[in-house]
Ligand binder design. Sequence first.
Ligand SMILES: Nc1ncnc2c1ncn2[C@@H]1O[C@H](COP(=O)(O)OP(=O)(O)OP(=O)(O)O)[C@@H](O)[C@H]1O
Ligand SMILES: O=C(O)[C@@H](O)C(=O)CO
Length: 427
Amino acid sequence: MRLGAVADDVTGACDLAGRVAEAGLPASVLLTASADAADAAVFPGDGSGCAVVALKVRTAPVAEAVDASTAAARLLLSAGATQLYQKYCSTFDSTPSGNIGPIADALLDVAGATASVGTPATPGAGRTQYQGVLFVDGVPLAESPMRDHPLTPMRDSNLVRLLAPQTRAPVGLVRWEDVQRGSATVAAAIADGHTLVDALTEQDLDLIAAAVRERAADAPILAGGGAGVATALARAEMRESGVAGGAAGLPSVPVTGRLILAGSASAATRAQLAAFRGERHVLDPRELDRDADAALARLRDALAAHDDRRSPLLIHASPEVAAAQEALGAARAAALLEGALAELAAVAVHEFGYSHLLIAGGETSGAVTARLGIARLRIGAQAAPGVPWAVAASAAPGGEERTIAVLLKSGNFGGPALFDDAWEVAP
Ligand SMILES: Nc1ncnc2c1ncn2[C@@H]1O[C@H](COP(=O)(O)OP(=O)(O)OP(=O)(O)O)[C@@H](O)[C@H]1O
Ligand SMILES: O=C(O)[C@@H](O)C(=O)CO
């Protein structure tokens, strides 16, 4: 199987690729869907593999999200994808206008399929689906912290009701009781349009994956959801091929500097910031607004002065989000922080030779990888579920290329000790 996934954000792409690689299927993440990437190297390895195109379209205007997703899917198919996958967030981040439904409709067309099947359920991340209702750590989605997400507040937990207004296709549900009857029942229940399938456990996901494979033997079908179903598809492939699981090794990257850049304000990141024991510096967008040059010079000096390059240096966004947003507006505060953290990443890598970067937050990761000119991530072992290390080439504008190790962490992933411990499994 060549699993080609279109992910609506970069940390989601790493989540999927990390779990799939852990199951044994070699994986890489492409940060560009441009035509010049359309070569055989899109898929890692010679045979089976997984390629994920990481987009930044979760909250983009619908037409932009559809166009980018369509281009990514075409790239994957032209590179030999045998199964197309739509990766969206395990908390179904979207609004009544999109973008999960419009992207699903567009990918059906590209795949030449009439049906999509999947679920956001990813039990390893605490996300489960029962009777069409999505639970986050056992709490219905609309009662979880996602209720007050700044961009995609989730005020309903019923996935059928959430998806229906976003798509022109019918939305169906396969209930957990039917999943227990086996993959043939699930396969038979997949109707034209989009079918969401209940799943509480990895075994449920294995039955869904088996149903996808049964249906795909007859006609193209679009699979999708969180990283859960993709991981189950990878497991099925590895079982069939008889190859043992475990992420492939990455080339080692000599440690010449460890840097954490955290722009995420999510609960898991806050716990990681609180637990971190090393040297830290805080960056507030109001400081950037007053005098960006001075703020950047202060942190550049800290990067230069940090002599013990094996101990990680942390630069993180101020936790005073509400005050900064009130002063500057949410968009300007975010843009200032993202720009500054991306600039500091470039300075650290290309001026001071830092080799290992841990970036916290999806938007922050998108800004940093773009500034570093990273086009592809080779995915290795996970520091935590859904948080894999990767090796990438970063090109300084007009300058030499450097090989670095990066870990792009979704805001809500990883345990409190991650910032101290992640380095132990780094390439
Ligand atoms: N003090 C602050 N004031 C204003 N904006 C902030 C502040 N701290 C962080 N932000 C912004 O909030 C956004 C956080 O988004 P990001 O995607 O990086 O993290 P996340 O939402 O926790 O992660 P994920 O998308 O992976 O769940 C960024 O744009 C960041 O710049
Ligand atoms: O599915 C998830 O929760 C993550 O992969 C994600 O999409 C984070 O933005």
